[in-house]
Ligand binder design. Structure first.
Ligand SMILES: N[C@@H](CCC(=O)N[C@@H](CS)C(=O)NCC(=O)O)C(=O)O
Length: 214
């Protein structure tokens, strides 16, 4: 079984997909595709990435891609069956997708890490103004991890994979790394998730060797 993924080589949501594929033992091939391009429109009608082809099926939207892989090839190990844990998993996936990812991506990772790769100066004002709010978002996740070892409760779930991918991208910036040093529960959880072989296998290539990201 092979998974064909379309998206940028450095992409938080692509990494969610590749990590879940690794967890499930599904091999994958990434076809590097920019976002918002004609090529991405061929795979995703809203011009987002990633998109995936597996089992003669075509999916877009990261939760759909990852839940299919986990359900079909990983005995739903990353989707808790218990009603509360299942709901918590979806709650934290949505929090990552709708709140944590947009602010970290647009106001920290893109200006700090990606703009220089494109030959542009980082927008320091944009970053500085967003930092208190970014810290707040990360604190909310930290608070949850003071209540439970994983976002859905007692077991690792899709929510941890999604959240790890964005927290790791923040940690690659000096500002994100600094915020993390003040959040012990989030830092400890990050180390636990990072130790998983699937997470190790999907580390981003060094951004300086690439020159395109999202
Ligand atoms: N809801 C989408 C979000 C995907 C997403 O935002 N992807 C980013 C790249 S990591 C993107 O397409 N950005 C381009 C844009 O926002 O126009 C999903 O879960 O897959």
């Amino acid at each position: 079984m092979k998974l064909a993924l379309y998206g940028p080589q450095i992409s938080t949501f692509v990494r969610c997909c590749t990590t879940v594929a690794q967890e499930a033992g599904v091999s994958w091939q990434l076809h590097p595709t920019g976002t918002g391009t004609k090529e991405s429109a061929a795979h995703h009608p809203f011009l987002r990435t990633p998109a995936a082809y597996i089992d003669d099926l075509h999916f877009y939207e990261t939760l759909a891609i990852t839940s299919y892989i986990d359900s079909q090839y990983n005995q739903r190990r990353l989707q808790p069956m218990a009603p509360e844990a299942g709901a918590r998993c979806l709650q934290w996936v949505n929090i990552m997708s709708n709140y944590v990812f947009p602010i970290i991506e647009e106001r920290l990772v893109l200006p700090r890490l990606v703009a220089p790769l494109m030959g542009r100066q980082p927008d320091e004002k944009l970053i500085a103004e967003a930092l208190p709010n970014i810290a707040y978002h990360m604190q909310v996740v930290d608070q949850r991890l003071l209540e439970a070892p994983f976002l859905a409760g007692t077991e690792v779930s899709l929510a941890d994979i999604f959240m790890y991918c964005v927290i790791e991208s923040a940690a690659m910036t000096p500002e994100g790394a600094d915020i993390l040093t003040h959040l012990p529960a989030l830092s400890a959880w990050k180390q636990v998730i990072e130790a998983r072989p699937a997470v190790q296998a999907t580390k981003w290539p060094d951004p300086s060797e690439l020159g395109g990201a999202s």
